[in-house]
Write a protein that binds this ligand. Structure first.
Ligand code: F6P
Length: 406
């Protein structure tokens, strides 16, 4: 036992010593000098730069990745500048999130006369952070180089907006695409330094039609790109352009997103279930029975399940994407359509999950098949590994939402 505990730490101390020795050009030291060398390194200027102690991996930048992908898929070339500018806005939001507690960024957003802004269409009071992050995203999509985005719909805006309105210049109403986004999802987590995220999706504008609310009411199968940025222990940008999913971690030293997660594939099944179980009594029969099964250990997954719930969609779904399992925000008796928004939360996440080999369901069918009835429409959602999601879907086929068997 003791030796297995010591083994990794000895290895890592040796790795550190050897790396440091190489990094600082010291000649190889005799064994009795190793610990004093380590102490010297730790106590001197060596710690002033993290790059000196850890060798950088040779990873492709997000810029380079996009150049290659957009060269391979000519139909995506127009999107390259806007995606680069969205990545820049993610860096800005990452900084804002990190500075929220030290800078005066909390509190209700006010207008030029110091009056609180009106509640948004969801009935929520807009916070300064929401407004700031929304502004970054609006500028990234509308002012992002190629002017390929015609209009945008944001969680923070009551109505879709034309880019000519956002940029106050008619020249910006020319693009062939529209974008949807939630600039800062799970923002209540920020007070407690917990993870939050941004989500976005890009659709083709319907040819020939004027852009209005109806343009945005497309099902998720029409998405050409979707992504999210997780602001957590590290800042990770996850993107699909319709042929797989890739992830990029923000390198704090160079300020660049680096290609750390190549061709992400979600495990076929996994042990994590991520639901807000405080709502259990309000869940319908299928979800209640399913959760009971997971906890009794009689799921077809044949593994010991474990519960994880962070309360920010991006963080919870990222965990499922990497480790496998199921995320759910079901309908409840008081919220029959669930809580999460179809257009700028569920559909982009569904595209990412499916592109990574997973599944995204309402319980009755694919999320990507659902056409929104209005831009802020909500839907129940289950996202995750195919085997986990399909097992839950079977409960919806068998049990009625409201009471016993069908
Ligand atoms: O959409 C808003 C959101 O904050 C999601 O990010 C998150 O998954 C969910 O609400 C959490 O809701 P609740 O606090 O009801 O579990």
């Amino acid at each position: 036992m003791a030796s297995s505990l010591y083994f990794p730490s000895i290895i890592s101390v040796w790795t550190l010593i050897i790396t440091s020795t190489i990094e600082f050009g010291h000649a190889f030291q005799p064994i009795h000098n190793k610990v004093s060398l380590l102490n010297r390194i730790l106590s001197t200027q060596a710690l002033t730069s993290s790059t000196q102690l850890c060798a950088k991996k040779n990873l492709k930048t997000f810029q380079r990745y996009l150049e290659i992908e957009c060269w391979r898929h000519t139909e995506l070339r127009e999107l390259e500048p806007v995606l680069k500018s969205v990545a820049e806005s993610c860096k800005q939001i990452s900084r804002i999130v990190q500075r929220a507690q030290t800078d005066d960024l909390y509190g209700v957003a006010v207008d030029a006369d110091g009056r609180p802004l009106d509640d948004n269409v969801q009935g929520e009071v807009q916070q300064q952070l929401d407004v700031l992050c929304n502004t970054y995203m609006l500028r990234a999509f509308c002012g992002g180089g190629s002017s390929c985005i015609h209009s945008v719909a944001s969680e923070e805006e009551d109505e879709p907006r034309c880019c000519s309105d956002v940029m106050t210049d008619a020249a910006f109403a020319v693009g062939d695409y529209i974008a949807v986004f939630d600039p800062i999802d799970g923002s209540k987590n920020i007070d407690a330094s917990l993870p939050v995220g941004s989500i976005f999706g890009i659709y083709k504008k319907q040819p020939g039609s004027d852009v209005g609310d109806l343009t945005f009411l497309q099902d998720g199968r029409s998405l050409v790109a979707a992504g999210y940025c997780l602001f957590s222990a590290s800042t990770v940008l996850v993107l699909t352009l319709g042929s797989g999913v890739d992830g990029f971690t923000l390198d704090p030293d160079s300020g660049r997103f680096l290609h750390t997660l190549k061709d992400i594939r979600i495990p076929r099944k996994g042990s994590i279930f991520s639901f807000n179980e405080a709502n259990y009594r309000g869940f319908g029969e299928p979800v209640q029975r399913y959760l009971k099964l997971l906890k009794e250990g009689t799921s077809k997954m044949g593994m010991q399940m474990t519960a994880r719930y962070i309360g920010a969609l991006v963080a919870d779904v990222h965990n499922i994407l990497i480790n496998g399992g199921i995320y759910g925000y079901p309908s409840t008796r008081s919220n029959p359509n669930g809580k999460l928004r179809l257009l700028y939360e569920c559909a982009p996440m569904a595209m990412i999950l499916e592109q990574a080999g997973g599944a995204a369901s309402t319980g009755y069918g694919r999320i990507l098949d659902v056409k929104p009835t209005e831009i802020h429409a909500r839907t129940p959602v289950f996202l995750g590994s195919v085997e986990n999601v399909f097992e839950l879907d079977e409960f919806f086929q068998y049990y009625d939402e409201n009471d016993g068997k069908k």
